[in-house]
Write a protein that binds this ligand. Structure first.
Ligand SMILES: *Cc1c(COP(=O)(O)O)cnc(C)c1O
Length: 358
């Protein structure tokens, strides 16, 4: 029998969430971020589902770009980190990918390749201090890139360090630096990730770059996905494979972390950290069994978890279990595991089967 741990991916939710992003920024074009295997949802199935609703895709590596092209999709593909070698740049030119030029050595590869591209992006470091040219270099970068882009098609971009934090979080200052650097230069502009799309209209510009929100996650610690009209695009589910009684005072699982405070019933569920369920989830992390909220009891193992179902006496072998999804936002589960939903999705292993629901 197939392992019961599986991820169902909902086409309708993905399309709804693209619509939410568009609703926030109706005058911008939309590049869907599908890096990290489509945030764990399966890059080619996500790209196929949303292709007609987006203006292009953004990926982190040439392999991801190839996965999109190899599946027959024609929309523009942006390489967010740019080429990682001169050879990669040649391949990018042959396949008409759009490199984002972030660094001087990439600009040199580009100039010595003599290749031209349908468009070229370049990044300005306005405060994230991870990638990008200094603001003062923008004019020179534009001058050097222009002859290599068809019709001089350039896009200046930057990335926010703290767009997910409320209040005066430095985005305004980054945006001012960006405007000082590229305002008046002959290039379109792109700044906004999911958080900025939903909270900073001044950042929308020509191109928005939503990622996490497309999958139904909230980038904000203090706002839930449903309150943002986002629908969970993934339901991670499994089944109960054993149910047993444990006496008050007995411990459950590795290290005996969870100790029964009353005579209890424990369901063992066929999902563990080998299936992307976070090992750091604490006792009390919500787990839905047959649609009812129950709680993790004991450490997460590689292939199994244990759940306190004392108050759900109908639980039996084969009962359906939901680890996250529409009923249980992934952001909530991530919180109990001291991480973010982004990490849970990006870490989804191939052994969990993905099934697309249209
Ligand atoms: C991943 C990424 C995004 C998308 O960020 P989300 O928070 O997932 O919306 C946008 N821009 C760049 C440069 C990225 O690397």
């Amino acid at each position: 029998m197939a392992r019961p741990a599986k991820a169902r991916v909902f086409a309708g939710a993905l399309l709804n969430n693209v619509g939410v992003a568009r609703g926030h920024a109706p005058n911008s074009r939309l590049l869907a971020c599908v890096k990290a295997d489509g945030y764990g949802h399966g890059i080619t199935s996500v790209a196929r589902i949303i292709e007609d609703s987006v203006d292009g895709f953004a990926v982190a590596s040439i392999e991801e770009a190839e996965a999109i092209r190899d599946s027959g999709l024609k929309k523009p593909v942006l390489l967010l980190e740019g080429p990682q070698s001169a050879d990669e740049l040649t391949l990018a030119a042959e396949r008409s990918y759009i490199p984002c030029i972030n660094e001087a050595h990439q600009l040199q590869w580009l100039e010595s390749s003599g290749r031209s591209f349908p468009a070229l992006w370049f990044k300005i470091d306005t405060g994230m201090h991870r990638l990008g040219f200094e603001p003062g270099q923008a004019a020179e970068v534009v001058r050097r890139l222009q002859p290599l882009a068809e019709r001089g098609n350039l896009v200046a971009c930057t990335h926010f360090a703290c767009a997910d934090e409320p209040g005066d979080n430095g985005c305004d200052r980054q945006l001012r630096r960006f405007d000082d650097a590229v305002g008046g230069l002959p290039a379109e502009q792109s700044c906004a990730n999911s958080a900025a799309i939903m909270s900073l209209p001044a950042s929308h510009r020509h191109w928005i770059r939503p990622g996490y929100m497309l999958y139904g996650g909230s980038p904000f610690a203090n706002r839930s996905a449903p309150s943002l009209n986002l629908l969970s695009a993934m339901e991670l589910s499994a089944e109960v494979i054993s149910v047993r009684n444990v006496a008050r005072g007995d411990a459950v699982g590795y290290g005996g972390r969870w100790v029964a405070q009353r005579d209890s019933r424990i369901a063992t569920v066929a999902i563990g950290y080998g299936d992307g369920y976070p090992r750091h989830a604490v006792d009390g992390t919500p787990v839905f069994v047959e649609g009812e909220r129950c709680y993790l009891a004991g450490r997460v193992s590689m292939d199994m978890i244990t759940v306190d179902v004392t108050d759900q006496p109908a639980t039996r072998i084969g009962s359906a279990v939901t680890l996250w999804g529409e009923q249980l936002p992934i952001d909530e589960v991530a919180h109990y595991a001291d991480t973010i939903g982004y990490e849970l999705l990006a870490a989804m292993p191939p052994r969990v089967s993905r099934e697309t629901v249209t």
